[in-house]
Design a protein around this ligand. Structure first.
Ligand code: NAD
Ligand code: UDP
Length: 351
């Protein structure tokens, strides 16, 4: 298929592009570089041996999107969103504008150009504080911050379009906690500053960029008192996207959890990272982080039945790959400086 990958210059999108090209798909990346980098695009080309086409543009720019989509595409994969919960609480309008208005513009552009298949990045954040674990897709949805609300609204928009237009098909993929990096060490998660997520923060402590990890609470009702999450290797996520594209050949609207089905505590992540890196990870127990929940892990059985997919990589492998990326790129793609200095390119320009 010919696939437009919106947000393909970011963490998960860049890994998905490599997987898509390996499966014989043709990929064009559309990204406004608010978080992604052209270095990631260069590494996709290097790893896949294909000169990947890149368009710098914003998904809210419907005219630019239509111009690109009218080149003829079989599907869109939509990674393009702002994703930091704490930031979303400070800038809710920014999050709804970027994520929701962007998704409306994308759906309109797809309709105008006759593109009928969409794979969408959703999040386990839509479950909020779950009643029970493991979480199935039909569990109550309880967004509790602007980021997760925006994901819920985007999911609903996509479902409504599927209902209104039977020829339109979509896969809504609810990721649990993406982690790890490409095994080459060439691509990974660039937090663009101080990370908010656990795994990149632990990597930076191991590398000596942060002096210690702050463990947000040790009084949760979990096996060691720290929060438990379902970490999933980004290469497993990438693989699921190629399978979701195949599923869309059959039509329909599918909502699927992507997790391993197993939870690890913060201290278990620290211990695994110490084991693979050989570095001590100093930590300090601090107050709970507002909005955090005790335990979140997936029931991934629907994805296994529908996609024939299950996660291959375990926590040790995620830590090993994250550590390789961290060691080879101590300052990420150095995108923080590049973004500040880069002159604004016109929307829709080819790179
Ligand atoms: P990321 O920030 O690395 O990638 C997102 C990409 O989208 C970036 O390259 C950014 O420049 C681009 N983008 C953002 N807004 C855009 C816009 N308006 N127009 C064009 N491009 C835009 O994030 P990621 O970790 O790769 O996440 C990808 C998707 O997965 C997001 O939708 C995110 O909400 C979702 N998700 C991520 C996680 C996680 O922990 N990483 C967990 C669950 C869901
Ligand atoms: N966490 C932590 N210190 C950090 C970052 C995260 O103790 O610096 C904990 C957090 O409280 C949660 C787990 O690690 O229990 C995963 O947090 P992350 O932000 O990576 O993912 P999310 O909260 O979105 O599941």
């Amino acid at each position: 298929m010919r696939v437009l990958v919106c947000g393909g210059a970011g963490f998960i999108g860049s890994h998905a592009c490599v997987a898509l090209i390996a499966q014989g798909h043709e990929v064009v990346i559309y990204d406004n570089l608010s978080h992604g980098t052209t270095s990631a695009v260069d590494h996709i080309s290097q790893l896949s041996g294909v000169d990947v086409r890149f368009v710098q543009g914003d998904i809210r720019d419907r005219t630019a999107l239509e111009a690109v989509l009218s080149m003829g595409f079989d599907a869109v994969i939509h990674f393009a969103a702002l994703k930091i919960m704490s930031e979303s609480c400070r800038f809710p309008l920014l999050y709804f504008d970027n994520n929701v208005a962007g998704t409306i513009a994308l759906l309109q552009a797809m309709q105008a150009t006759g593109v009928q298949r969409l794979v969408f990045s959703s999040s386990a954040a839509v479950y909020g504080d779950p009643d029970a674990v493991p979480i199935k897709e039909d569990a109550p949805l309880r967004a509790c911050n602007p980021y997760s609300h925006s994901k819920l609204v985007m999911e609903r928009l996509i479902e409504e379009v599927c209902e209104a237009r039977p020829s339109f098909s979509a896969a809504i993929l609810r990721y649990f906690n993406p982690a790890g990096a490409h095994p080459s060490g060439l691509m990974g998660e660039d937090p663009c500053g101080v990370p908010t997520n656990l795994m990149p923060y632990v990597s930076q402590v191991a590398a000596g960029l942060q002096d210690r990890l702050h463990v947000f609470g040790d009084d949760y009702p979990t096996r060691d008192g720290t929060g438990v999450r379902d970490y999933i290797h980004v290469m497993d996520l990438a693989d699921a996207h190629t399978k979701a594209l195949e599923l869309l050949r059959q039509g329909g609207c599918h909502v699927l959890n992507l997790g391993t089905g197993r939870g690890y505590s913060v201290l278990e992540v620290v211990s695994a990272f110490e084991q693979v890196s050989g570095c001590r990870i100093p930590f300090e127990i601090v107050e709970r982080r507002p909005g955090d929940v005790a335990e979140v892990w997936a029931d991934p059985s629907r994805a296994e039945q529908t996609l024939g997919w299950h996660a291959q990589y375990d926590l040790v492998r995620m830590c090993a790959d994250a550590w390789r990326w961290q060691s080879m790129h101590p300052n990420g793609y150095q995108s923080a400086q590049v973004i500040e200095l880069r002159p604004a390119a016109p929307s829709g320009g080819l790179h």
